[in-house]
Design a protein around this ligand. Structure first.
Ligand code: FAD
Length: 318
């Protein structure tokens, strides 16, 4: 079922989470180990992230550096198919990104998802790969997520890149996109960012999943701003429980987010990461309870390979 239909037919807040494919060389069982403890809370959908190739430099004994392109977390398509067939009661939402894809390659990936019976997609631009300062699209690739969404919408209307194709089938994708309550890191301001968020909705996206935030006020203000901008689709809050004390400094740098003082003090007061992990759970419960009271359609958790914290939060609020 499409995510938008799950939301529309539900009279309560739904539970969902995001998974990262395992690092190259690891086994899919780590994915199942993350999912299995969360099944009792009846997740409505599970997202699977997509990771672009990275350029790495390998140092040889003679001191020379070899430039190599690697994908550290391959397997989004296969993992999505495995989840779909292993857990038939849960929808799977693979991510698809602009980075590293030509429009033709995007079309092939979408055809694969369609053949696999996967009807949900989260469409993203992707970040600049490590070692690159700015995002560079492929030649004949998408520079921004709004045109990626438009390509998927075209396929939903039976329009493929080769307009000489005849009697084409129409895909049936429900497309979600990313939104940033504290603005995207590259945006000069929130209003600018919102204008392009609206462009993604106008191109056919049916819901938004937000970047993580630790202060619900940021989400409430964002929803209000979106509604003023004429964005009427469901806005799903994305939450990431703090796992380690180090994240207090690292997450703001990576994701352009603020961590409230109260949370900073709590985490800084922890003697070790076990205590910080517990603080992350308590904060996650508090945030989730308030969001559910507000009437959010879904609370979506970013798992980064750990499910125990999400399990404890879900046990308390779902
Ligand atoms: P866009 O919507 O394209 O926006 C990127 C920037 O360009 C913004 O600053 C925007 O304001 C601006 N902009 C947008 N359109 C235009 C335009 N037409 N003209 C000029 N400026 C424009 N990354 C991954 O690599 N893999 C993942 O699986 C992944 N999953 C994610 C899941 C969620 C829920 C979120 C919130 C993010 C995820 N990301 C993922 C990160 C995301 O790819 C990055 O944040 C990326 O930098 C922006 O992606 P976007 O789709 O929001 O880009």
């Amino acid at each position: 079922m499409k995510v938008i239909d799950l939301i529309n037919k539900s009279d309560r807040t739904l539970f969902s989470f995001e998974l990262l494919p395992p690092l190259r060389g690891h086994n899919i069982n780590s994915i199942y180990r993350t999912i299995d403890p969360l099944l009792e809370f009846k997740p409505s959908f599970i997202n699977v992230t997509y990771h672009q190739e990275e350029v790495v430099y390998k140092k040889h004994e003679n001191g020379l550096l070899e430039k190599k392109t690697v994908r550290k977390r391959p397997g989004t398509v296969a993992i999505s198919a495995a989840i779909k067939y292993k857990y038939p009661d849960v929808e799977v939402v693979p991510h698809i990104i602009c980075g590293g894809f030509t429009k033709e390659e995007t079309e092939y990936a979408l055809i694969d998802f369609h053949y696999l019976g996967i009807d949900n997609i989260l469409a993203l631009r992707g970040d600049a790969p490590k070692n690159q300062r700015t995002f560079t699209p492929e030649k004949n690739g998408h520079a921004y997520a709004n045109t990626l969404v438009a390509q998927i919408t075209d396929m939903n209307r039976g329009k493929y890149l080769d307009d000489e194709l005849q009697n084409t089938f129409s895909t049936n994708f429900c497309v979600g996109v990313a939104g940033y309550p504290e603005k995207h890191i590259e945006s000069p301001n929130l209003a600018y960012d919102m204008k392009y968020l609206k462009a993604k909705i106008d191109a056919g996206a049916e819901y938004i999943i937000t970047q993580m935030f630790f202060d619900n006020r940021k989400y409430f203000d964002f929803v209000e701003g979106c509604r003023k901008e004429g964005i009427t689709v469901p806005i799903i809050p994305g939450l990431k429980p703090i796992c380690t004390a180090r994240e207090i400094n690292v997450l703001p740098q990576i994701f352009n987010i603020d961590i409230p003082d109260e949370l900073v003090k709590k985490v800084m007061g922890c003697k070790n990461n076990e205590e910080a992990f517990k603080v992350g759970i308590e904060w996650g419960i508090k945030q989730s309870e308030e969001l559910i009271k507000f009437g959010v359609p879904v609370v979506h958790y970013f798992s980064v390979g750990i499910s125990e914290n999400i399990r404890q939060i879900a046990k308390s609020v779902f």
